[in-house]
Design a protein around this ligand. Structure first.
Ligand code: ATP
Ligand code: MG
Length: 581
């Protein structure tokens, strides 16, 4: 089914189609609501991860495609776990992911793109802004005899609910309940001493309807409301009411909330609310292979210093992925490619990697760099002589232009590109063999120089100085082409080679301790020899070190100190390994 799209007649990629968008499209056709209104409601108790990215692209995507609005809402009802650091990181991550969506995909001209970008950047809403209203809704339920203050301990409450047993406090009078609730709010009782519960049905087959908790006592400072409150609404109570207060039409969440939906509806339906009620729709959460996707587990990696922080480029967090060099376009394409379904499953990490490679292949500037250098001396090139050669910045994008690279007598090539005893079909450099230097000449290996321990330290070669483009032997074919840099002109850069953080596709499978399958080789740090133009590398640009991988400048870079993160290799090395074995 196709979607009505109000504003993307010029869209490069068609909007996706799925069962939730089908429902929204039907509601738009029926004019069921004046305007479609979604929300993305993270709890600020950790950094957002790639699963949240799926939800952001769905919620903001629907608003964009159907001419609606999406609210970013901090679901901040649990002050003891939340922190302003998380509020700020969430806002930054959402902005990063969706700003520029309009201009890039809608093909808008720059003027309207600027306008759209501003409106695309969300100012967050806070559930805590509604604490007064949510409190008044609780009082309204008490007055209707639909909520009661319960003095059971947390353990007793659990046991009673499990056994479908009524609380002995269930039949308190309205006046009594109002009095107890007022005193709870006034701070008379300690944490956990009493709670407010809905009076629904203790025998319901759905445990969420067995007189669920609505409010609990927590003497804790809140990052938004400070010391104002010592009672806080439970997620289930605050969420549906926040949706209602904001005028949300489609409240989209992950499948585990499907069993909460009757409670979501019960609360709204029992409050005599004048406006249209929001409805909840559920989809399958994202799980990606070779990583974990729960904030609690990611928090453990951070606090136990198994990674350098939430934005460690190996983390599946949005900030980690961004630091690694992945662009928002790639992440949005991934979110669209995987689609929205009702079935939980494991998404192959290769799907994510494909989206990243596809995007970088189009946009990355090509550069020459050698990660593990070995020196080559061209014996027929005079010392001190240099030559500037043209190199193409992006073969897929002529407008990216050319740059010059310096050729000279002494070069570095990749140690791997030479083999003294070559395996079959080795088309790179070997004793007596020839290879073409990218953008330059064909060279022939005449002599292998070794140290006392027998390690190869240098290769003495001769260059066919007629074999460059335009030269007499330019058309001469040799099987291999390798990358290189001029030794005297190369600049050093720290390169951080990242790999998967875990060695198993499902690190926490069957209750296994996920930290027991951390990949010990997930980071290798080298000093690379780079062509000098990389001294002007910019954090917003992406680079392909030819024949190696894609790289992005890391924030640890400083004047005179370049640090590059390997975003992703050119080819899927893991798939190759899997094929071999
Ligand atoms: P986690 O399970 O990682 O701790 P959470 O569900 O507690 O995450 P919230 O901050 O409550 O995190 O999530 C905000 C929104 O993002 C919710 O609507 C939730 O359904 C959605 N979401 C969370 N994890 C995923 C995921 N893996 N895939 C898709 N959506 C997700
Ligand atoms: Mg949650």
């Amino acid at each position: 089914m196709s979607n009505p799209t109000n504003d993307n007649a010029n869209a490069a990629a068609p909007a996706p189609s799925d069962f939730i968008r089908d429902i929204v499209a039907k509601h738009v056709a029926e004019k069921k609501y004046p305007r479609i209104h979604t929300r993305f409601p993270p709890e600020p108790n950790g950094y957002l991860h790639i699963g949240h990215a799926k939800s952001i692209c769905l919620n903001f995507g629907i608003a964009r495609e159907f001419g609606g609005v999406c609210n970013l809402r901090m679901d901040d009802t649990n002050p003891t776990k939340e922190d302003i650091e998380y509020v700020e990181s969430i806002q930054a991550d959402v902005n990063w992911l969706i700003a520029g969506w309009a201009e890039k995909e809608l093909g808008l001209n720059s003027q309207s793109a600027i306008g759209n970008r501003q409106s695309a950047i969300p100012q967050p809403f806070y559930a805590s802004d509604y604490f007064d209203q949510i409190h008044d809704f609780a009082v309204a339920l008490i007055k209707k005899g639909k909520a009661f203050v319960c003095d059971l301990t947390p353990d007793e409450t659990d046991e009673y609910r499990r056994n479908a047993k009524e609380s002995p406090f269930r039949n308190r009078s309205v006046a009594e309940n109002l009095d107890w609730f007022t005193r709870m709010k006034a701070g008379e009782f300690s944490d956990g001493a009493r709670v407010l519960r809905a009076k629904i049905d203790v025998a319901s087959p759905n445990i969420w309807l067995r007189d669920p908790l609505l409010y609990r006592i927590k003497h804790a400072e809140h990052h938004q409301t400070g010391g104002k409150w010592c009672i806080y609404p439970m997620y289930d109570f605050a969420h549906c009411l926040s949706d209602y207060i904001e005028g949300i039409t489609h409240s989209i969440c992950t499948l585990e909330f499907e069993v909460h939906r009757p409670l979501y509806d019960w609360i709204l339906e029992n409050l005599d609310l004048p406006r249209a009620l929001p409805h909840q729709y559920e989809f399958a959460r994202l799980s990606v292979g070779y990583t974990v996707m729960s904030k609690r587990k990611l928090m453990e990696l951070v606090t136990e210093k198994l990674v350098t922080g939430w934005d460690d480029p190996r983390m599946p967090t949005i900030s980690g992925i961004r630091r690694r060099g992945v662009t928002p376009e790639a992440l949005r394409n991934f979110a669209y490619n995987i689609g929205i379904t009702k079935y939980n499953g494991l998404t192959d990490v290769a799907v994510l990697e494909f989206a990243i490679r596809e995007d970088l292949n189009k946009n990355a500037l090509r550069r020459l760099a050698v990660l593990r250098p070995i020196k080559v001396v061209l014996t027929n090139v005079p010392a001190g002589k240099t030559e500037e050669l043209d190199a193409v910045n992006n073969p897929g994008d002529e407008s990216a232009g050319k740059r010059q690279i310096t050729f000279s007598r002494e070069l570095y090539i990749e140690r791997d590109d030479f083999a003294e005893v070559p395996p079959p079909k080795f088309f790179r450099l070997k004793p007596g063999g020839e290879v073409r230097l990218k953008y330059a000449y064909i060279i022939k290996c005449d002599e292998v120089v070794k140290d006392a321990a027998g390690n190869v330290t240098e290769l003495h070669c001769t260059a066919d100085l007629d074999s460059k483009t335009g030269g007499a032997t330019a058309g001469r074919k040799v099987k291999g082409t390798i990358h290189w840099v001029s030794a005297a002109h190369a600049i050093d850069a720290e390169v951080r080679l990242y790999d998967r953080l875990f060695t198993e596709a499902e690190p926490d499978k069957d209750g296994r301790d996920f930290k027991s399958v951390l990949n010990a080789k997930s980071l290798e740090v080298l000093t690379a020899k780079c062509e000098p133009s990389l001294k002007d590398a910019k954090p917003e640009l992406r680079y392909q070190f030819e024949r190696l991988a894609y790289f992005a400048l890391d924030k640890d870079s400083a004047p005179g100190k370049l640090v590059f993160n390997r975003t992703i290799t050119l080819k899927d090395a893991w798939a190759k390994e899997a094929q071999k074995s």
